[in-house]
Design a protein around this ligand. Structure first.
Ligand SMILES: [Zn+2]
Ligand SMILES: [Zn+2]
Length: 457
């Protein structure tokens, strides 16, 4: 057995070496460089389509084969206990440690686990005929149907056959959903334990994926009761809010729902009764701030980032950093040039309870003209940023809901405390009339809208 494993590992190594050689530019390798040469001078390939296509077909097969093999070896590693000995919390973590991207790591693990349930598909996969995405779709389809319909060996084999004959992963997903409905057992009304699908929390699923562009995509499949609670929580927060000039809320229903969801999450994060992370800290947001001066003195060639990052979702622009540091019980981690954390601590210029009360009495909710969201929804914004010497004081702070706080940080709107010691808002420059005076608008608290700064009393 050990001999076979060693031979397998040797062949894999040799194959990787051959590919590396082929990709190495001439001069950097001793004997290879063929592929690199072709890429540098495609004209030398001539119009030998057959040869080019044969190379592509072969490599596509190798791609399928290596992902299939990796999914199988990942399953072997799990059963052999390799992952536990490495003290990693999941098989996906083990693959990620090896440099496999998270989405692929999850696919590989799912296919490895489901391989025994789909022997027919795997026999095609073992000759390189099945892309890992397709095998994964079938694996997911099996688990989807299995959760909803009791399957014996025969119907499982039938299911795998039906799913495997689909052309694309999307088709597999749709077929699995159709079969789950077609095959769903009749609910036995006399069985007190029978749970209708709509009400079965065992089927609940939520995925949370941050893409390459830094946006996070959430999908949620939940039972009727949890769905009802979600709608109850979101509904009052989804109401349209008119613009300062009285025009209707420009946000679509789905934008308002997304804003409402974000509001609920912030309320939750602001609460005290939630599980803490290490050290009893309750961070709203983890911001990783690199030290501006990278390793200039050491002359280290290593690329080091000057862009701040959020803990889960990655790099963000300066305007978002400004919003985060403006007011958040935020956990900030400062990185040194070697990306080692130097200082982990809470920001210390938070608004005190007394100041917060005074702001609530003055602004009575989001101060942005026409908004009026309640005080419990608001952040205290520093008109002059704390980092630029602005005080955490009543004459430098204003309550803004998150939507309008974002507007202030990310667009041309400005807010200042007027001589009446109330907030005033200055709209962005009109690009058609760049010289026109930007009339300030009163805060929301005075209710009536006016352009007359002295009208406040
Ligand atoms: Zn702010
Ligand atoms: Zn607002």
């Amino acid at each position: 057995m050990a001999g076979i494993d060693a031979a397998f590992a040797d062949v894999v190594d040799q194959f990787a070496d051959v590919l590396t050689e082929a990709l190495c530019p001439p001069g950097e390798s001793t004997s290879g460089g063929e592929l690199a040469r072709l890429c540098a001078a495609p004209s030398t390939v001539g119009s030998d389509d057959d040869r080019i296509l044969a190379m592509m077909v072969g490599l596509a097969r190798v791609l399928n084969l290596s992902t299939t093999a990796l999914s199988q070896v990942a399953e072997v590693a799990e059963r052999a206990g390799t992952r536990r000995r490495k003290r990693l919390k999941s098989p996906v973590e083990l693959l990620k440690q090896l440099g496999v991207v998270p989405a692929l790591a999850q696919r590989l693990v799912r296919v490895g686990q489901a391989a025994r349930q789909m022997p027919g598909l795997m026999s095609r996969a073992r000759v390189g005929g099945v892309p890992i995405e397709q095998a994964d779709a079938v694996a997911r389809g099996i688990s989807f149907v299995q959760k909803r319909v009791p399957l014996d060996d025969e119907s499982l084999a039938d299911l795998v056959r039906r799913l495997s004959s689909q052309a694309t992963p999307k088709d597999v997903d749709n077929r699995a959903r159709e079969l789950a409905i077609e095959w769903a057992p009749e609910i036995d009304e006399t069985d007190p334990d029978a749970v209708p699908v709509a009400e079965n929390p065992d089927l609940n699923e939520m995925t949370l994926v941050t893409g390459q562009d830094g946006r996070t995509i959430v999908s949620l499949d939940t039972d009727a009761l949890s769905g009802e609670e979600l709608s109850q929580a979101l509904d009052p927060l989804c109401k349209p809010i008119p613009q300062p000039d009285g025009t209707p809320d420009p946000r679509s229903a789905s934008q308002r729902r997304a804003d409402a969801h974000a509001q609920i999450i912030r309320d939750y994060l602001a609460g005290r009764d939630r599980p803490t992370v290490s050290g009893g800290v309750l961070p709203h947001v983890t911001l990783i701030v690199p030290i501006a001066q990278a390793s200039a003195e050491t002359g280290a060639a290593q690329e080091s980032s000057r862009v701040a990052s959020l803990g889960f979702t990655g790099p963000v622009s300066a305007s978002t950093v400004g919003l985060v540091v403006c007011e958040a019980a935020m956990r900030r981690v400062v990185m040194d040039a070697d990306s080692a954390p130097m200082d982990v601590g809470r920001e210390h210029r938070l608004v005190t309870a007394g100041l917060r009360k005074a702001l609530e009495a003055r602004d009575r909710g989001c101060a942005f003209p026409g908004c009026g969201r309640p005080v419990s929804w608001t952040d205290a914004h520093h008109c002059t940023p704390w980092s630029e010497g602005g005080d955490t004081a009543i004459d430098n702070c204003v309550l803004l809901c998150r939507m309008h706080h974002t507007v202030i940080h990310q667009t041309g709107w400005e807010v200042f405390i007027g001589h009446d010691r109330h907030p005033w808002f200055r709209p962005p420059l009109d690009p058609d009339h760049p010289k026109r005076f930007r009339e300030p608008i009163r805060s929301n608290a005075r209710r009536t809208m006016t352009l007359e700064p002295t009208a406040a009393a």
